[in-house]
Design a protein. Structure first.
Length: 166
């Protein structure tokens, strides 16, 4: 990839890379560091086209860097087994949704946000994370179920018992 190609690639993907790193770490500073490390590796030629799409490779690199940081703090198994606190019906809906999503275990939060907010397919997420599509489906399903429970107090605001909060 020459300098001009890299510049275009960086321009197209910098926001997605930063958002994904921020989503995984919860820290703007860590997200900036991870994004820089990943783009630097791309500039140095770490990506090979025979490995698949550059975007998938780059976001996979973001994930690896983020989880490398987590390993210093706690084990990945613990991240998937975290419990969540119920939300109050007196909270505002946007804040409650943000809090509910933030309280999901990291692996479920990752699947929910990549699929629902970033618009990646199950197959793309599976490639990024290095796990089977079935595993992504399971994480997505568990995350959505947890969000439905956490956001149940808000159903009356968005359509009654059949509201589409989660």
């Amino acid at each position: 990839m020459d300098e001009n190609e890299f510049g275009r690639f960086y321009g197209e993907h910098r926001n997605a890379v930063y958002r994904y790193a921020r989503l995984l770490t919860g820290s703007p500073e860590a997200a900036e560091d991870i994004a820089q490390e990943c783009f630097l590796a791309m500039a140095k030629g770490a990506f090979r086209p025979d490995k698949g799409a550059a975007r998938g490779y780059l976001l996979g690199a973001v994930r690896r860097q983020a989880f490398k940081r987590f390993r210093g703090l706690q084990r990945e198994v613990e991240l998937n087994e975290m419990t969540v606190a119920p939300l109050s019906a007196h909270s505002d809906l946007p804040g409650a949704v943000a809090a509910a999503v933030a309280s999901l275990p990291a692996l479920q939060r990752e699947a929910v946000l990549l699929f629902s907010w970033e618009g990646f397919t199950l197959e793309e997420i599976a490639v990024m994370t290095g796990v089977d599509t079935g595993t992504i489906k399971s994480r997505l399903s568990r995350g959505r179920a947890t969000l439905r429970l956490l956001l149940a107090p808000f159903r009356s605001y968005v359509g009654g018992s059949n509201g589409t909060v989660a």
